[in-house]
Design a protein. Structure first.
Length: 384
């Protein structure tokens, strides 16, 4: 029998954790190309039945995602994440523990726009379907099932969002992030790829591998400067050697990093390209950071005129930031919550003075959200 601990979350529902699942030794790697018989497998003495294979992540070593039926939830669907054979096995133990640590942080959160974590379990080998040898085990994570893809794939399939749709999802995203920040936690890898849509197309923040809990007493003052997150979504304050950036110690706040990444996400939804180019472009994202109002600029709110008017820096092909500004400003003209307000919101979310960068609450009270016509649905509250 396996030892079991339980973490109580804010909704009062226990998140089950098998102690053995935290071990990164003697793991049986499921090969989704060969182990076809894993489909139909039953885990946890028949509680979970694997129904179909969903996704293999190129970057995550906890990267196989399966759809399963949970008999304890009336046959409802759940997502199960299992380890895949790592390209560099020496990285595996730390990656697995990092994923678990992030999930432990998020398992305590209960909000309609945050993906639920149901448990971290362990299956001893050989399994009932005959996988693995004696002494091996398969650790796996059970999550809320979001069958309607991620926000990035949704964007790729339907093209750039109209402003009303972008606002609808931005309200949900900021409501979820506001709740996360209010719990002294930061996500640190916000991007459309990590935002899922459930069967009602409700936004669910997921992928908590980089999540970090702050010290309740000190807030985030003790957080070290680490280059986490996806390069296109990173704030300039993460780059220690960016000229003029005030980095390190108390000036570095991962919550401000999340806000920056949310601003990049909004731009990506509206324009279907990155606002600061791609990491693999000739000079990377930092070429654009020098065009933003620096952290020494007293003007507030920042206007980033050099960035929006540059003719020498291209986002893709021969498209400049100014071209994208024209597209954004052309929407909902004449409304105090239209395209011009959207540019103002982006400027505030990309404030290089991190202590002054707009907060989630301020984003939700910005005219782009409060003065649009018709108004968006009110963001949902945390589950209590």
């Amino acid at each position: 029998s396996s030892s079991m601990t339980s973490v109580e979350d804010t909704a009062g529902e226990g998140v089950e954790i098998d102690a053995e699942a935290l071990s990164s030794d003697n793991v049986y790697w499921i090969d989704y190309r060969k182990d076809r018989a894993f489909l139909g497998s039953e885990l946890r003495q028949g509680r979970f039945k694997i129904m179909k294979f969903i996704h293999a992540s190129e970057v995550s070593s906890v990267g196989l995602v399966w759809e399963a039926k949970d008999t304890m939830r009336g046959g409802g669907r759940v997502a199960i994440k299992t380890p895949k054979n790592p390209s560099s096995p020496q990285d595996w133990p730390s990656n697995w523990l990092k994923e678990i640590k992030g999930l432990m942080t998020f398992s305590k959160l209960a909000h309609p726009n945050i993906m639920k974590v149901y448990g971290v379990y362990n299956e001893l080998c050989p399994t009932t379907a005959g996988f693995g040898k004696q002494g091996q085990h398969i650790p796996y994570i059970v999550l809320e099932h979001c069958p309607c893809t991620d926000l990035f794939s949704f964007l790729e399939a339907r093209g750039a969002f109209q402003m009303r749709l972008a606002r609808h999802y931005m309200c949900q995203l900021m409501s979820g992030i506001d709740y996360i920040h209010g719990m002294s936690t930061s996500h640190r890898d916000i991007k459309p790829d990590n935002i899922m849509l459930d069967k009602w197309l409700t936004l669910k923040i997921g992928d908590f591998g980089f999540a970090r809990q702050g010290d309740q007493e000190k807030g985030f003052k003790s957080v070290l400067v680490t280059k986490l997150g996806t390069p296109e979504y990173r704030a300039p304050d993460i780059y220690i050697d960016t000229p003029g950036s005030n980095v390190g110690g108390t000036d570095h706040d991962p919550r401000a990093q999340d806000i920056w990444a949310c601003g990049v996400t909004l731009f990506v939804l509206l324009c279907r390209c990155y606002p600061f180019g791609r990491k693999d472009s000739r000079r990377g994202c930092r070429q654009f950071f020098t065009l933003l109002d620096s952290d020494k600029d007293e003007t507030y709110p920042p206007r980033h005129l050099k960035y929006w008017s540059t003719s020498d820096h291209y986002l893709m092909g021969n498209v400049t930031p100014g071209d994208m500004r024209a597209i954004i400003q052309s929407q909902e003209q004449g409304s105090p919550g239209g395209g011009t307000a959207c540019i103002d919101l982006l400027n505030r979310m990309w404030d290089c003075r991190t202590k002054r960068r707009i907060t989630c609450q301020q984003v939700l009270q910005h005219p782009w959200i409060t003065q649009c016509s018709p108004p968006p649905h009110p963001p949902q509250k945390a589950l209590v």
